[in-house]
Design a protein around this ligand. Structure first.
Ligand code: SF4
Length: 189
């Protein structure tokens, strides 16, 4: 997986992102916390990855975590999927996470585990989100959706549906400095 992670880093750079390879989760955690140490106000989308990296706990202790939106110096998140050719895909229910990752914060920082990397382009990335991310997230959040019961997407009309906004990043958004840490470890889902 090291080669695939490094390929993804180089592809992200070609797309205008600042991108860094991290060999371990510990390395990624230190890198993200160094970003946190450099600012005062931090925002974060719901992220199992950040929790697994220990960032959520340390942020809560620091008192710097102030918002789930874009009004911050630094916004932290992961991705639901990333293509090996460097495109990031995130799908939200209410859209605050994707909105904050596009515009508003002083800087955006992603930590993305190797398990989120797909070959096969955007269709494969969206399929990964529907198959691997949404069902466990619905279960985690107590949503009553078909995928929470069966593990499979039914393109549902459920009021609890969490797939409402899809963001595809073909390039770094203009005016939003963005660093992506690609981690050679399984993180989140
Ligand atoms: S559309 Fe509905 S069933 Fe499909 S992944 Fe999203 S929440 Fe689950």
């Amino acid at each position: 997986m090291e080669e695939i992670c490094k390929n993804t880093v180089e592809a992200l750079k070609r797309r205008g992102f600042d991108a860094v390879y991290c060999a371990t989760a510990e390395e990624a955690s230190s890198a993200v916390m160094a970003e946190v140490d450099a600012v005062q106000r931090v925002g974060m989308g719901g992220s199992v990855t950040m929790k697994e990296l220990g960032v959520t706990e340390r942020l809560n202790e620091s008192g710097k975590l102030q918002t789930r939106g874009a009004d911050c110096d630094l916004f932290l998140l992961s991705a639901n999927a990333i293509t090996e050719d460097g495109r990031i895909v995130n799908i939200d229910g209410n859209g605050n996470r994707v909105a904050a990752s596009v515009s508003g914060p002083g800087k955006v920082v992603y930590a993305i585990g190797r398990n989120k990397i797909v070959s096969g382009g955007i269709d494969a990335a969206i399929a990964r989100v529907k198959e691997k991310a949404c069902p466990p997230n619905c279960i985690r959040l107590g949503k009553k959706t078909p995928c929470a019961e069966t593990g499979k997407c039914a393109d549902c009309d459920s009021p609890d549906r969490i797939c409402k906004v899809t963001a595809i990043f073909d390039r770094r958004p203009t005016g939003t400095p963005t660093t992506v840490y690609v981690v050679n470890a399984d993180l989140g889902y």
